[in-house]
Every structure is written in structure tokens, then in C-alpha cells.
Design a protein around this ligand. Structure first.
Ligand SMILES: *Cc1c(COP(=O)(O)O)cnc(C)c1O
Length: 230
């Protein structure tokens, strides 16, 4: 892919978000585009930053440590989001590097994040990941436990949860999953909904997504076979 192709994809995604938002009477700026740059290097990311994009998503702590500190130094207003599962031995690194962690998905991680936030004096914004499809291989808290988990994050770990995140099963119509996430967010009293990827972000916007996580529609296909996130 050339740089021009990247920007074509980027502008196309922006336009499609604006259209989807308009179709349900939402201003386009109520939806944050998270450009998912996992597997891509600086040569692919830089043109998108220069075109004005400031919010990026990565799914691995270690990969992000390799490429983002330098970019964040050059562009201090970049917001970096962790959207992949967090291992507890990576919590300190994640709290140090990321501005938003979207994958809070179990008690142990919530506790570790709370500890690290105190220790480092840094407070990344937090989302709870919900496994709306109840898939055994996928991270996320079960839907029936999500509301209680958000409450425990607040009460026991001192965490302020900003929103919920989901990755619907690849083979299913995502609509019911988006609807479930929105319902749970209402019950848990959180405002933000991170839902929608390259294949379904317009549907997600129509169903209330406040951020969409879009990778391949911006950067092109990734350089590995099966996407481990799905
Ligand atoms: C990779 C990834 C995305 C982006 O996927 P695309 O289909 O390339 O848009 C979104 N969310 C998560 C959690 C991911 O891991």
C-alpha cells in the first residue's frame, strides 16, 4: 500500500462515519475514530497523523512500546488506546504508556490497574470489555456480570469507568451485540460505547457508538493470516 492509499481509506472512513451519524441525527463529532494501527509501522502511521488523526488503537503493549513513545513525543496531543487483552505483568507498562485502556476485563486486572495508577500518579481513562457473544476464546466480562463488575471497579478498586467495549462474534449480525452493549452501559451508568470495526462501524454509529475502532479500512490488510482479535 502506498501513502496515498492510506489517506484515501482514512478520508473514506471519516466520510462514512459522518454519513452514518447524520442518518440518525447525530453530529459527526459525537463519534471518535480510533485508527487501529497494530502491525503497521511509522511509515504507515505518520501520513495519517499528518492528515490530522490523533486517536490510535493498539492491541499489544510490547508492540506499542516499540513504536509509540517517539511518535507521542513528536505529537504530544496523540491519544493512544489499548484495545487488546492486558496481561497482569504488563499492567505497569500499559498504565505508563496508554491514555485509554479499553480492555479491563477481570478482577485481577482492575486491581492491578488501580495499584499502578496510584503508584505512577497517572490515570488512563478506562473501559470494561464485555464478551457480548459469550465466546469462550474471547476476552471480556460476561454480559450478566458486567454491571456488577463496573460497580466493583468503582467501589473496590477506585476506578472510574468511562465506557463499555465489545467485539461481536465475527460470524454474527453485530446489531444485537451493539444493542446489548448499549443496554448494559445504561444499566451500569456509563456513557461511552466503543463498538464497530472496519466491517460494521456504520451500523455501530447508527446504534450509538461513541467511538469506532477501524484498522484495515484505513491501513489496508494486516500482514498476518487470521486476526487474533476475532
Ligand atoms: C484489530 C482490532 C480492530 C480493528 O479491526 P479492523 O477489522 O481491521 O477494523 C478493532 N478492535 C480490536 C479490539 C482489534 O483488535
Amino acid at each position: 500500500m502506498t501513502m496515498t492509499d492510506h489517506l484515501t481509506g482514512y478520508h473514506d472512513v471519516q466520510e462514512r462515519i459522518a454519513k452514518a451519524a447524520a442518518s440518525v441525527g447525530r453530529p459527526a463529532d459525537t463519534v471518535t475514530l480510533v485508527a487501529v494501527s497494530k502491525t503497521h509501522g511509522e511509515e504507515a502511521i505518520l501520513p495519517v497523523i499528518e492528515a490530522g488523526q490523533r486517536v490510535f488503537g493498539e492491541n499489544k503493549v510490547q508492540e506499542s512500546q516499540g513504536k509509540w513513545p517517539a511518535l507521542k513525543e513528536r505529537f504530544p496531543d496523540i491519544e493512544l488506546r489499548l484495545i487488546g487483552p492486558l496481561q497482569s505483568n504488563k499492567t505497569a507498562d500499559a498504565v505508563a504508556l496508554f491514555d485509554v485502556i479499553e480492555s479491563v476485563d477481570r478482577e485481577k486486572i482492575a486491581r492491578e490497574i488501580g495499584k499502578e495508577m496510584k503508584k505512577q500518579g497517572r490515570a488512563p481513562r478506562l473501559y470494561v470489555q464485555v464478551n457480548t457473544g459469550e465466546e469462550p476464546q474471547k476476552a471480556g466480562i460476561m454480559p450478566t456480570e458486567a454491571v456488577a463488575f463496573v460497580e466493583r471497579c468503582r467501589a473496590e478498586h477506585g476506578l472510574s469507568i468511562e465506557g463499555l467495549m465489545c467485539i461481536p462474534p465475527a460470524e454474527e449480525n453485530p446489531g444485537p451485540h451493539f444493542a446489548l452493549l448499549r443496554k448494559l452501559a445504561g444499566e451500569a451508568g456509563v456513557e461511552k460505547l466503543s463498538m464497530g470495526m472496519s466491517g460494521d462501524f456504520e451500523a455501530a454509529v447508527e446504534m450509538g457508538a461513541t467511538s469506532v475502532r477501524v484498522g484495515s479500512a484505513i491501513f489496508g490488510a494486516r500482514d498476518y493470516g487470521a486476526d487474533p482479535a476475532r
